[in-house]
Design a protein around this ligand. Structure first.
Ligand code: ATP
Length: 328
């Protein structure tokens, strides 16, 4: 019979994302509801390795649902990538009496969690908290919706100045391996072109499209570029390339950077975090482990890490076609 769960640990790991606090709150409150002790570890896996933690009750998480960032802090831990590091973390959990862990983070966090469970048998459940939306086991990750709205807001503002000065703006958004943010914000903000890691549209096509825009009477243009776009050129090199080839354009670059991770979480992200984390606590109490929770077709669903981490969470290429039609 599985060991009874009386203490659940929670941490946030990898890049922070808006809604992580709502997730921590939901874990602490669900634990209180089910009469389970809750322990929060600081700085993700590093806090587990160092035994840096706090006991959390329902009141420890008051007034955090609306705050961006994470009160437990987040970190990347190289030590946890080693067998010795994971061993230290397991020893600290045993010392503190933690029976199971809820890991809030991205795909790297889940890979670490899977290994940790395999090596030490401590039940873990992953909750997808990352702005990247790049996890197969869920349609949406916590923080993605807020990040999209932050990006849209920034692009709208840039468009005001772009059109006042007849300029072409290259706007770099986050997404080294996944173009979700670029593609969706690009369509939502009415960008002329969207460059993403999953699709190489080619530099020639970009020039053609910009020339077409000019001919059709557009005086300003926005090109949204994912950090890891397939052209192989960074956003400054792209701007130089276009300046050289289309001297008629006055080209500017804006890198949105870390502002995309911050801010008040949207209602969608708060609700998503609340639903996923209540389910994560309930699954642990039911003896479930080594899975992630996610939202699939609007149903909270548990998926094994193996399947949840598959590389098949592809972007919706139909959006590229829509963008093409609408940028006419
Ligand atoms: P984001 O998508 O927002 O960047 P993430 O969870 O993918 O979040 P990572 O930095 O990739 O962020 O992973 C977080 C931490 O998980 C790492 O710092 C490391 O401690 C641990 N981790 C990642 N991959 C592994 C792995 N293969 N083995 C062991 N631990 C890992």
């Amino acid at each position: 019979m599985a060991k009874e769960i009386t203490t659940i640990g929670v941490m946030t790991s990898g890049g922070d994302s808006p809604g992580m606090n709502a997730a921590i709150r939901a874990v602490a409150r669900a634990c209180a509801y089910y009469n389970v002790k809750c322990i929060g570890f600081y700085r993700g896996y590093q806090g587990m390795i160092e035994g840096d933690y706090c006991v959390m009750n329902a009141r420890s998480v008051r007034n955090i649902i609306s705050r961006g960032g994470t009160i437990l802090k987040s970190a990347r831990s190289d030590e946890f990538r080693t067998i010795e590091g994971r061993q230290k973390a397991a020893e600290h959990l045993k010392e503190v009496g933690v029976d199971a862990m809820i890991l809030i983070g991205g795909d790297g966090t889940f890979r670490g969690g899977k290994l940790f469970y395999e090596e030490h048998g401590i039940p873990v459940i992953g909750v997808p908290g990352t702005i990247d939306n790049d996890i197969a086991g869920t349609n949406y990750t916590i923080g993605y919706d807020t990040a999209l709205n932050t990006v849209i807001d920034a692009i709208d503002k840039i468009r005001d100045t772009a059109s006042s000065h007849d300029r072409l703006f290259f706007i770099e958004v986050m997404g080294r391996d996944a173009g979700f943010i670029a593609l969706n914000s690009g369509v939502g903000a009415g960008a002329e072109e969207i460059l993403i890691p999953e699709e190489d549209l080619g530099l020639e096509r970009l020039l053609e499209s910009l020339k077409r825009s000019k001919r059709s009477g557009k005086s300003s243009s926005i090109v949204v570029v994912s950090e890891g776009d397939k052209t192989g050129k960074n956003v400054y090199e792209l701007a130089d390339y276009v300046t050289k080839n289309l001297p008629d354009y006055e080209v500017k670059v804006t890198v949105l950077g870390h502002m995309q991770r911050g801010g008040t979480p949207s209602c969608f992200d708060r609700t998503l975090a609340s639903r996923l984390c209540v389910k994560a606590v309930e699954l642990l109490l039911d003896g479930e482990k080594n899975v992630m929770v996610g939202l699939i077709n609007n149903k909270v669903t548990a998926t094994s890490f193996e399947v949840g981490l598959k590389d098949d969470h592809s972007i919706n290429k139909e959006l590229l076609r829509i963008s093409d039609i609408l940028s006419t």
